[in-house]
Design a protein around this ligand. Structure first.
Ligand SMILES: Cc1cc2nc3c(=O)[nH]c(=O)nc-3n(C[C@H](O)[C@H](O)[C@H](O)COP(=O)(O)OP(=O)(O)OC[C@H]3O[C@@H](n4cnc5c(N)ncnc54)[C@H](O)[C@@H]3O)c2cc1C
Length: 554
């Protein structure tokens, strides 16, 4: 049974809220008719019973991604009688109803594709979650800064414009939190659970998924940092042992622009290869003061399940533990000064000059992103509290004004070596019908997980409908994050430069066409460009003819 398909999109759809009314009346040729109308319009009210509203308002620029086929599939099987439609199998499987999986499942269903959402809670609990509700916020109730000239705020704003269910529900259940988007977590999660459970194209299954489905099943893997063991092991066999990590021992990352190159210098040890590192030299006095500060700094509390697994970190000790093991331990480890020379110190071949000027210890920073805007402190995995990291690491010469985009962590975290495995569409290269979303892809934070869920869900639905998958522009925060996880530089062949998870930050965005020194104005310019590019992409997508390329940037 085919619908009439007499739907046409125009630009006005992009700028105003839409409500969707489905009617089961037939048009003149006996086909199913479909009506896309504001539900308040007189015409909607006049539709024959049992017309009903399927989708409520989302200022849904995502509507731009709706094409007639999407609407056709909404109509073709749905008689509105429950979750299982027309007796056919759901087309997309989403594993995990956390932040990413909830958003992904919603986007699939909103695209008119049947989806099965498998969540193990409350049948099986994770070590950090407390409820059986979807998209539970495991710790803080905040999605980060609200203002769109902050990285988290920009990401939220883009997601709003993309019709994200999770962000619009967070907005509805926001509580006062200064400049942050914080929510009443109970009501917010309950509302999301109810929305998914009530959707006619969503089937919810409360069980642990222990196996990765085969290639015939379009699947979104969104099981998060605490993916249950059996599936994690499967994933490890599927990706290869080294491409699935269970623990995250990550060093802090700073913005390159905030490093003082009047003090720090670029060089590689013994001048081998290119000058790939930024080096921060210390004299003896500075080194001892830095070590003392490390020894006195406050540690973060480990969760019980992390404390149990602390022995996994023995091969990768926190910097404060190295400091504790002896006065010179760091100088024989990550702060080794040998072979590092700043030409500004004089002639390296002159023994006297060398003796007088050589550094007592050197902190090295390695490039984190393709554009060289983000730098990680090599060997500085740490368990210090975030405020303490900022205070102590700013004692390092050259990092006095460092802007941190990520602090060091050592915690349980299942995540993929994504640049080896995923495309920016979030599809596995080795199996394009398998997509990943959320923290398991190596993004960090609630809103970043929602962003991954949006893209993976959108692409899973497009695959189900035989459309090519999409990416978003690098200049948007959603696009920058998903491109980063697919394209970040990683292994250099010696097991170094391992991919590290990344939160949203402006360092991921390409340079602006003009240099703006004032930080607030610069961030505002990033925001303006991102939102303009997002709108343009969505408009192009709405008007673009179908292409045959494997995926296209919208
Ligand atoms: C202890 C802890 C504290 C954190 N605190 C913060 C914070 O304060 N702020 C912040 O931004 N981020 C925090 N994070 C990171 C946070 O987990 C992510 O930002 C976010 O929850 C990731 O979303 P996700 O959808 O990828 O994973 P999750 O939200 O964890 O969702 C994954 C879902 O998959 C389910 N699942 C797992 N395995 C299976 C399986 N085999 N079968 C079926 N279902 C399965 C889980 O039950 C869960 O519901 C924290 C993480 C942890 C572990």
């Amino acid at each position: 049974m085919r619908p009439s398909g007499a739907i046409r999109w125009n630009r006005s759809h992009l700028s105003r809220p839409l409500e969707v009314c489905l009617s089961n009346d037939r048009n003149v040729d006996g086909n199913w008719a479909i009506h896309w109308l504001p539900s308040t319009s007189p015409l909607a009210l006049s539709l024959p019973a049992p017309t009903r509203v399927v989708t409520s308002t989302a200022e849904s620029t995502a509507a731009a991604l709706l094409e007639p086929t999407r609407q056709e599939s909404m109509v073709s099987g749905d008689r509105g009688s429950g979750n299982q439609i027309g007796g056919s199998e759901p087309q997309v499987l989403v594993i995990g109803a956390g932040l990413a999986g909830t958003e992904a499942a919603w986007q699939v269903a909103q695209a008119g594709v049947q989806v099965r959402l498998v969540e193990m809670r409350p049948v099986r609990r994770s070590p950090a979650h407390h409820s059986g509700e979807f998209a539970e916020l495991v710790c803080s109730n905040s999605f980060g800064a609200l203002s769109s000239d902050r990285a988290a705020g920009l990401l939220q704003e883009e997601l709003r414009r993309l019709g994200s269910l999770v962000i619009s529900t967070a907005d509805q259940h926001a509580v006062p939190a200064g400049g942050a988007l914080a929510v009443d977590r109970g009501r917010y999660s309950a509302a999301l659970t109810a929305a998914l459970e009530a959707h006619p194209l969503v089937t919810v299954e409360r069980r642990e998924q222990s196996e990765l489905p085969g290639p015939h099943q379009i699947t979104v893997l969104a099981t998060g940092p605490l993916t249950a063991d059996a599936l994690a092991e499967q994933l490890r066999s599927f990706t290869g042992r080294d491409d699935c990590h269970f623990f995250d021992a990550a060093s802090p990352i700073v913005e390159g622009e905030s490093i003082d190159l009047g003090v720090a210098f670029r060089a590689s040890r013994y001048d081998k290869g290119d000058a790939d590192y930024i080096n921060c030299p210390m004299d003896r006095e500075q080194y001892l003061a830095f070590r003392q500060a490390l020894l006195e700094a406050e540690q973060a509390d480990l969760k019980d399940f992390e404390a149990e697994s602390a022995h996994f970190f023995e091969g990768c000790l926190p910097i404060e533990e190295l400091a504790r093991r002896g006065e010179d331990t760091m100088r024989y480890g990550p702060l080794k000064p040998i072979g590092l020379w700043d030409p500004r110190w004089g002639d390296v071949n002159d023994r006297e000059v060398r003796r007088a000027n050589r550094a007592y210890a050197v902190v090295q920073l390695r490039q984190e992103d393709k554009g060289g805007r983000l730098w990680n402190l090599v060997g500085f995995q740490t368990n210090l509290k975030w405020g303490e990291q900022k205070r102590v690491l700013r004692l390092i010469p050259g990092l006095e004004n460092a802007e941190f985009v990520r602090f060091g962590v050592m915690h349980r975290n299942t995540f993929l070596e994504s640049p080896q495995l995923l495309d920016a569409t979030l599809q596995f290269r080795q199996r394009p019908t398998l997509l990943a979303a959320g923290q398991i892809t190596g993004t960090e934070g609630y809103a970043a997980a929602v962003a991954g869920g949006w893209l993976a869900g959108t692409n899973a639905a497009r695959l189900a409908r035989g459309l090519e998958s999409i990416t978003l522009p690098h200049t948007t925060m959603v696009g920058a994050l998903t491109h980063f996880v697919a394209e970040a530089p990683c292994r250099d062949g010696r097991g170094k430069g391992r991919f590290q998870p990344m939160p949203p930050n402006f360092g991921l965005l390409p340079d602006l066409s003009e240099r703006i020194c004032d930080k607030r104005r610069r961030y505002g310019a990033y925001r303006d460009r991102a939102l303009t590019d997002l709108a343009t992409s969505l408009e192009q997508q709405a008007c673009a003819p179908r292409t045959t390329s494997p995926h296209r940037q919208i």
